[in-house]
Design a binder for this molecule. Structure first.
Ligand SMILES: [Zn+2]
Ligand SMILES: [Zn+2]
Length: 184
């Protein structure tokens, strides 16, 4: 099974450690595997690295990420705008996952207030499979309900209204705020 290199925060205020994790051999329904193209360094990452926020280690930092779809499981045929997804599409996604079942997810349609909300690169440890829950790695695992957002490649016509033809740089720094976009 091929491995993915990742920079792991094992200790606060210490250099990130280059580690290899096996890629998942099977994706759960609704999940996707993305090959990372770019991951932003947010101010929050600095606070996380310094141990100024209550997180559990080890983690792969990086919650502003753009990548190309490597594998798609069943149940994730379209992005959150309805655009069909396929292998190779460049996507970004919300920085958190939510349960999809609670009052805030189903009735209020405000998944950022879900009590089961978990943020990539912040609230998901990397010591259990499928490990790859942060942007500072060669691959990123998207859990079900990660709300991927298709982005057209440079130069091609985009059917997506909200994020037309963004560069990786432009898209990754919006990653942090996509929850607000999807909730609106
Ligand atoms: Zn951020
Ligand atoms: Zn919920």
């Amino acid at each position: 099974m091929p491995n993915a290199k990742a920079s792991v925060l094992e200790q606060f205020n210490a250099p990130l450690r280059c580690t290899e994790f096996p890629l998942p051999d099977k994706l759960e329904t609704g999940a996707a595997l993305v090959r990372t193209e770019m991951a932003g360094i947010c101010g929050t990452d600095v606070h996380l690295w310094k141990g100024q926020l209550p997180i559990s280690l080890p983690i792969i930092l990086g919650h502003e990420t753009v990548g190309c779809i490597q594998q798609l499981a069943e149940g994730i045929e379209r992005d959150w705008t309805g655009h069909p997804l396929k292998i190779g599409d460049r996507v970004t996604w919300t920085s958190t996952t939510s349960c999809g079942e609670c009052y805030y997810c189903k009735v209020k349609r405000q998944p950022t207030r879900c009590p089961e909300r978990r943020a990539y690169g912040i609230g998901q440890r990397c010591d259990h499979p499928p490990h790859l829950f942060g942007g500072y790695a060669e691959f990123h695992y998207l859990r079900p309900r990660s709300s991927p957002q298709f982005m057209a490649s440079n130069g091609s016509a985009s059917k997506v209204r909200q994020m037309p033809r963004l560069t990786n740089e432009q898209a990754s720094c919006r990653f942090c705020h996509l929850c607000g976009v999807t909730a609106s």
